[in-house]
Design a protein around this ligand. Structure first.
Ligand code: ACO
Length: 326
């Protein structure tokens, strides 16, 4: 079995920003409400780029940083809940933009856990030795599926993409992975994005006109996150034999500062161990963890040998975590 290491990271967000102040002119909300409930102050919103555009740019940055040529890439996985289309996959569109002609490409759908799922899948492909260089991307244009009249959800999300390049390595790298799903919680977070129902089934005019948009049972999702994130971290500690004190950084899916604070308190871990950037991006679903990783690398927060835990949680319900040595 091969060890795998992250060789490069990249991120790309649309230029246009939408602040809490801006939102208060669209729905009945205030900067104070959004900041105190979520920790979010602003987010990037795409005006012309689609998911594959953001994904391609993030991947390009990651490959440049890793100094790896396009021809070397033999696997591209895009985690997204907002693909450009249901066919072709966003990963194939990324392949086209990058001209990474030797890659096998597909998408993964696991909402906000998507990046952790995609990394785990890439690990299986690479460990066998059949594949050598994978680009794993989390990319979303959530603004496509936001109901801009629903203040419960429209204040939470943002657009963006993050990517990592994975290759075989002598170093420990990706040490342990853990995934879980619970379809019983399907109605907590929903986006009926594609064909809504059998076309032969009668529906009202409002139903037929309704644009697919995201709905969320906020309080239930909050409780779910507070329960599942510590359980994910504990799973990895049990698998690896490390103690929580030996972990240098914990990177949660950037949904909400109160989830982060709640987990830190519950696990009695200093808040400083948790990286947080949702203030500037909002919740970018599958993109949030790789965007955070890229920022951390850029800021020299990640030192060689550091132990890092990544935790995703979201619609499905889905969850997952990865332990890696940087
Ligand atoms: N501005 C002003 N008031 C608002 C807004 C808003 N943007 N949104 C909701 N409210 C109102 C509600 O209408 C409600 O009013 P009412 O009491 O008159 O009915 C009041 O604020 C309280 O609403 P709650 O839902 O109880 O607010 P809560 O304190 O639970 O915070 C929040 C809501 C932030 C969504 C919280 O439940 C949460 O953090 N949930 C976690 C969900 C999450 O982070 N989801 C991200 C996507 S999922 C994922 O990434 C895994």
């Amino acid at each position: 079995m091969h060890n795998l290491q992250i060789m490069g990271t990249g991120r790309w967000v649309p230029e246009q920003q939408l602040t809490n102040e801006d939102l208060s002119s669209i729905v009945d909300t205030t900067d104070e409400w959004i900041t105190s409930r979520t920790g979010i102050r602003t987010r990037h919103i795409s005006t012309w780029e689609n998911t594959s555009d953001l994904a391609s740019k993030a991947a390009q940055m990651a490959l440049q940083q890793a100094n790896i040529q396009m021809e070397e890439v033999d696997l591209i996985i895009v985690a997204t809940m907002t693909p450009d289309s249901s066919m072709p996959s966003t990963a194939c569109l990324v392949q086209k933009q990058l001209q990474a002609k030797n890659a096998v490409c597909f998408d993964v759908s696991a909402a906000c856990s998507g990046f952790v799922y995609a990394m785990t899948i890439a690990k299986q492909f690479l460990q066998t030795g059949f594949y050598k260089t994978a680009v794993v991307i989390g990319a979303e244009v959530l603004s496509k599926v936001i109901d801009w009249q629903d203040r419960n959800t429209c204040v939470l999300f943002g657009d963006g993409a993050g990517a990592v390049v994975l290759q075989h390595s002598q170093d420990l790298g990706v040490e342990a992975c853990y995934l879980g799903s619970d379809g019983q919680g399907d109605d907590l977070l929903e986006c009926k994005g594609v064909a809504l129902q059998n076309p032969l089934k009668p529906c009202t005019q409002t139903e037929s006109l309704r644009r697919p948009s995201m709905t969320m049972k906020g309080r239930e999702v909050f409780q779910f996150a507070l329960q599942i994130v510590p359980a994910c971290i504990q799973q990895l500690l049990d698998q690896s034999g490390y103690t929580i004190e030996q972990i240098d950084h914990i990177v949660l899916h950037q949904a909400n500062i109160r989830i982060l604070e709640g987990v830190a308190k519950k696990m009695k871990v200093p808040k400083e161990k948790f990286y947080s950037n949702m203030e500037y991006y909002g919740n970018t679903s599958a993109a949030s963890i790789p965007i955070a990783l890229d920022e951390m690398r850029e800021q020299n927060l990640l030192k060689k040998g550091d132990k890092v835990i990544l935790v995703g949680f979201g619609g499905g319900l889905t969850w997952g975590a990865i332990l890696l040595t940087w």
